[in-house]
Design a protein around this ligand. Sequence first.
Ligand SMILES: [Zn+2]
Length: 313
Amino acid sequence: MKDIEEGKKKGANNSALKKRYIKYLALGIVLVPVILCIALLIRVGVLEKYIKDNLAINQKVSDVSSGEYASNNTNTVNNVGEVGLVETSPSTYEEDNTYQEYNGIVKVCITFDDGPSANTDAILDILDDYGIKATFFVNGHEDYKDELVRIAEEGHTIGMHSYSHSYRTVYKNLDSFADDLYEIQSYIKDTTGVTSTIYRFPGGSSNHVSNVAMEDCIDYLHAKGIEYYDWNASGNDAVVGGASVNTIVNNVMNQVAACKDDTIIILLHDTGDKKTTVEALPIIIEKIADMSNVAFVPITEDVKPVHHIESNN
Ligand SMILES: [Zn+2]
């Protein structure tokens, strides 16, 4: 009798255990996919943000001061070469006829940012071979003073591209922007005797890295009698890892062909690591020279600026 009762008890215990086991199993079957889904959604969200950040960088900034895709951090600070930023060409350009001297001749301005560098002499030799004057938007590279002097002596235009080329410094606040501007203008004047009155913003006027409203920087420049020049064709030669000669040539020529403006401002870079830019230069010059009604000119007051953004003032 006792055995039967114990057997019943055991049976009841077993069935309770079985029920509990089934309950946990069912819970597991429901919970595991839910947890996996949540983890997946979080991952997708992170990836989406990453893609959006990169797209924003690639579409909005070109000075390439640069075309680089490496960074998803829009606050990346670079001293030289704008690593992390893409200076691509914007979709809209100024349509203002103030500077019209357009008699069917398209002015082509070749511009070099970020120099002088170990490549400056090679670039100057090529320009000399073709009898072309260009524009160099320089930084305060005090190791390359001789090259800066040569740029001036050979009749090219020297523009300012900030002394430090550090986004964190240049765009910290308007005072910091003004200090850096004064520094590069004084450095160029002291080194070459030239008072530069043209400026190219690191990252271009449409950059998304500045802590200062770019309109305020523009107003500050204009109050000082300085004009800023963006670009409407770019070699995108500042991409991370470098661009091939063919890519640089194609980038420039496709944008030159598509440009409806009577002034074409081409962005290239003069930095020691960009040998392919030097190799692409004669090819670009010859292809453009083969077009009809074009003239290579350095940027001067007579050249209508290309602006990616305007100030309202
Ligand atoms: Zn630059």
